[in-house]
Structure formats: C-alpha cells, structure tokens
Design a protein around this ligand. Structure first.
Ligand code: PEP
Ligand code: MN
Length: 372
C-alpha cells in the first residue's frame, strides 16, 4: 500500500504550514446555528477540516443517535460559511451515498464500524472507483490487524486518499481515560505504513476536557500528523459527549499551548550528542539481548531437567519470588514497578513457552500440568 497518499497530497488545499493539521467540530449536528457558530470558531482556532456527526452509533438505545440525513445540508452550509471542507462519520453504504450526494468532502469510518469486516467491505464496495477521501478510526478493540484490514479493504477498492484516526481502545481495566491510547499500536501502524496520515483524536481517548491537552501534546511529540478535536458552543448542553467537548475559544487556547517540536534539529552539537547517546542505547540493547539469550538457554536446561524428573513447568512459589524480588530491586533503581512487572511477565511467558516446547517433545505429557 505504498501509494496511499498523505493528507497534504489529497488536493484539497490543506496546508502543511498550519500545524498541527486540525480537524475540529461538533460531536453531533444539533441545529444549523450550533454548526455555524462552531465552524466559524474552529476555523479561527486553525482547523482545516470541519467535522460533525450526522449518524451516531451509540452503545445503548434511547440515547441521541444523530439527526440523520436531514442535518446534512446544515453541515454543508456551515462549512461553506467558514470556508472549510467538511467530514462526517458513515457506518453503511447508504450513509456514504447520502453524505457524498449532499457534498460532504471527507468521510470517516467510526470505531464501532471498523471493527466489522463485512460492514467495512460494504462501504469499500460502495466507494469503489470514486477515490473518496476516507479516514479509518481504529477498531474499539486493540487489534492492529483489524485496523489494517479495514484500510486494506478501502485500498483494494481503488481508494488512495486514505488516512487513519487513533481514538484509543476499550480495555477491561480502565485508567482515567475513556479509551486507553495504547500508543504502541498507532506507532506500529506508522511503522507499517509510514506514508499514511495518522490523526490523533484526544477527545475520544480522554472522554473529559481536562485531559485533552496532555494527550494532544503526546500525539505531536510522537510525530503524528494531526488532531481531531470535538468542540461545541455550549459543551455542558451538548446532546452527546458533553464532558469531552470544549468551546471554540478554548480550542484555540489549547492549540496555541501545544509545542510543535521539530523532528530533526539543524544544531550540530545537538546532533552529535544525540548520536552518542543513541550509540550507547544501541550498545545496551545488544547487551540486554545477549543476556536474555543466556537466560533462555538456562531456562531450556531447566526444562530438560524438569522433563527428566517429570516435574510441572509452572512453579508458582518460584514465580512469586522472582516477581517480588525484581520489583523490589527496581524501586531502588528509578525504574517503575509496573514496567518491571511487564518486562518480567514477558520474560517468564517466553521461558514457559520454551520449556513447554521441550516437554512437548516427550510424548508423555502427564507431568506438565500436575500441581506440585
Ligand atoms: C465520534 O467521532 O464522534 C465518534 C463516535 O467516534 P468513535 O467512533 O471514535 O467512538
Ligand atoms: Mn463524539
């Protein structure tokens, strides 16, 4: 998919010099005036694309599900008034057709739709041969392949003006955010499709206006291409996502507060220092790798030992003591306990896999799962 076009090659007049690339607007269209006030306000804040939801997939029935087709002309008029191209979420081929017919410039596929390959395929079939610009939100569950699959379906239908929106993931153990960013998934998408635009959506990650700024800054520091932010003239009265919307003047303050850090510096000393520090990191990484390899070698020897003596792989007592002692040591080394727990969980899992492979060579598996 190397010929997917970056957003600035979409021939829509977007300017790379206005940073960050900003998509802003209402969570949902409510009235013509609300859309017009927001469009004018977000334009002032630097938005280059105006958003508003017409169809709103909601988790529970009886919540506001969008006004539907009747609000499409309002979106177009608000865009024209503010001289901004428009975008909206579509979930079915019928939505796509209605939006394009009304003159919406860019479509996006929402998180609850990109999760469903049949739904995405129907949309892709409907758009085949049009080169409609489409942004694909990450699926609600943390699955990079599913996200890539949705992009691929549009690509296979001939579309080339494709981008992605990172809006965070539903996870079981929620933190303070509505959706967990899991930045590593968006970074991996960037690694796989480096030329494709990735927009971060702090509003749907945060779920609350208090956290928008910190998320937006991280997104810029990670080198993502732009932001999608929800704005409303009177957020507390919004018909949907009231807690996470901010007024257009607040949006302007937020955007002005962001630091646009350069991806490279022309400063010679900086470059030299950075290279030296990176060389040290490389060196340490290879040392870590060599140590891990040695550790796994010993784990395999233990596996053979256990096989010979018909002893189960998982020894809970031993694992508990490893886990606790490594975390304790970490505390005195300025390394966070959670990080160490995550690393040793991964190391332990790999050791168990390697030992299981050894025990599986012995067809008599009776000892493997016997608790001690
Ligand atoms: C939205 O952008 O208003 C929306 C519903 O987003 P998501 O699909 O990310 O939940
Ligand atoms: Mn919303």
């Amino acid at each position: 998919m190397k010929d997917i076009k970056n957003i600035f090659e979409w021939n829509m007049g977007f300017q790379a010099s206005i940073r960050p690339f900003l998509i802003a607007g209402n969570c949902a269209a409510e009235t013509p005036t609300q859309l017009q006030t927001t469009a004018l306000g977000v334009k002032k804040a630097g938005a280059q694309l105006f958003r508003a939801g017409i169809w709103k997939p909601r988790t529970r029935p009886n919540s506001f599900e969008g006004l539907g087709e009747s609000a499409l002309p309002w979106l177009i008029e608000a865009g024209q008034l503010a001289q901004l191209p428009t975008c909206t979420e579509i979930a079915t081929p019928q939505h796509a057709e209605a939006a394009l017919k009304a003159g919406v410039d860019v479509l996006w596929i929402g998180a609850r739709t990109s999760v469903n390959p049949f739904a995405v395929q129907d949309i892709a079939d409907c758009l085949a041969g049009t080169d409609t610009p489409v942004l694909v939100k990450n699926p609600v569950n943390p699955d990079l392949e599913l996200w890539l699959g949705a992009i691929e379906r549009l690509y296979n239908a001939g579309l080339r003006r494709i981008g992605a929106i990172h809006r965070g993931f539903s996870i079981y153990n929620k933190t303070k955010y509505r959706n967990e960013p899991l930045w590593e998934i968006a970074i991996e998408l960037r690694r796989r499709l480096p030329q494709m635009t990735i927009i971060n959506d702090p509003s749907h990650i945060a779920g609350h206006s208090d956290y928008l700024q910190e998320i937006a800054q991280i997104a810029l520091d990670m080198g993502f291409d732009g932001l999608m932010l929800e704005s409303h003239p009177n957020p507390s009265q919004a018909w949907s996502d009231a807690k996470q919307q901010i007024r257009p003047d607040e949006l302007q303050l937020l955007i002005n507060s962001l630091h646009n850090r350069e991806s490279i510096s022309q400063n010679h000393d900086f470059t030299l220092n950075l290279e030296q520090l990176r060389a040290e990191i490389d060196e340490f990484d290879f040392q870590i790798l060599a140590l891990l390899a040695k550790r796994m070698e010993i784990a395999r020897q233990i596996g053979e030992f256990k096989q010979a003596h018909n002893v189960a792989i998982l020894q809970m007592e031993r694992w508990n003591s490893i886990y606790k002692s490594r975390r304790r040591e970490a505390a005195s080394l300025r390394v966070s306990g959670e990080f160490v727990a995550e690393v040793w969980n991964a190391i332990h899992k790999e050791s168990i896999q390697q030992q299981s492979a050894i025990l599986a060579q012995n067809k008599d598996l009776s000892g493997i799962l016997t608790p001690k």
